[in-house]
Design a protein around this ligand. Sequence first.
Ligand code: ADP
Ligand code: ASP
Ligand code: MG
Length: 487
Amino acid sequence: MNANLQLMKFGGTSVGNAECIRRAAEIIMRAAREVPVVAVVSAMGGVTNQLIEAAQASAAGDLDAAGKLAEKLRQQHQEAIEILIDDGDKRAQLSAELKEIIEEVTSLCRGTALLRELTPRALDAISSAGERLSARLLASALRELGLKAVAVEATELIVTDNRSGRAEPMMAETRERATARLAPLLAEGSVPVVTGFIGATVDGKLTTLGRGGSDYSATILGAALDATEIIIWTDVDGVLTADPRLVPEARTLQEISYNEAAELAYFGAKVLHPKTLRPVSEAGIPVWIRNSFLPEQTGTKITETGHPTRRGVKAITAMTNVTLITVGGRGIVGVPGVAAKTFTAAANAEANVLLISQSSSGNDICFIIDSGDAARTVAELRAAFAFDLAHKEVEHVNVNADIAIVAVVGERMRGMPGIAGRIFNALGRRGINIIAIAQGSSECNVSLVVEAALMREVVQALHGEFGLERRASRFESVEDGSALASV
Ligand code: ADP
Ligand code: ASP
Ligand code: MG
């Protein structure tokens, strides 16, 4: 419907204070001179954490948490208002609007503290306040620059299922609502500034899409509105060959494929929410990751094919806060149904299973889940195997939370022999033990489980082994000696 529509998302750091908000507004203004723009915005940096912490403290009975939260929110947002908005009346009006949201969230925390109970729905409502505040701030900052801009609640646009804290979009309904609400605004030349992270069920109950979910909001809306491109503005130059906090020499990737980006996001590259690429890959809408602090940099482009280099390994990623669960014992050798029972138990616990591995003798099934799902999953497993445990058919359900997953990612690793060998060698030389290993059937990644304390060393070792600090070229080939190290 929208020829040339650009969808721009700004992350928490990119709207972290008045200066950042102004910079974001200027980026939008420059684009909006040329094409229609829809902006999606995260909460100001740190705000969602504050909201969730206050909600949890309230649930534990802390009656002061609400008041303290209100003061912090008021201070952080008021400071930005003072700097961004010149006109006294406009400033007062915006302050009043934000005050209303802060009061709403404060009463929810107070209610939680009195009841000593935090329902998933209350947590959704409390944790979504940051985006409701920042969208109004950014829209006002845009109006200060002379643009027509309107803050829009994503509850009016993104229709989701009922799952609190990790809602999934219903795309047909979202397309309908988003078009109906935003097309008239775009037609009159306005920039809608939409709250990231938030959606609502068909009957209007607010939901959230999971931590870091504003990236997902951006691609959901981009797909729903047939955007020409989506630009995710963040605090790094693009998708790097590794998290720069782990590998200082990590390099920005010029172009990667949807599959590569999805694997990286899935295995912990925080720069993208794990589900970001889902809504856009089928439609082939390109997604850019760019640095809002250095908008002159080109960033990373995510496309169907990625950059046509022969390099196999593109990036290394790592993930902590995960738990390895092992179900095993001699008794399970050749016993049918153990795997089914294990994963039914994990499914009953609604655990997010990240990686599965089984020893060749069939003695052990091990899998990895988010640590937050571990207690529930173990309880389900112990119940499911109660009889087998009592009769020593299954000898143990073991839990190890002291691990990390490190994934080696690259679409062209497919069919390329020797990569696993090089991984084993590089880690073997350093005396690093690999607890488990798995290769996705897409051959787009090899993932390793290692001791958590060794994660940084493993990522650095593999980054060096595959020469990722060096630039890959279109002409890189197996005959080229320098490229050999990285193919
Ligand atoms: P935003 O607030 O803009 O959503 P995030 O903090 O969620 O930003 O994501 C950006 C961060 O992701 C970067 O600062 C970086 O530390 C981290 N990161 C992890 N892995 C990668 C990677 N492979 N490439 C780029 N950044 C990464
Ligand atoms: N503000 C939300 C969070 O911190 C969503 C986001 O930033 O993407 O998780
Ligand atoms: Mg993020």
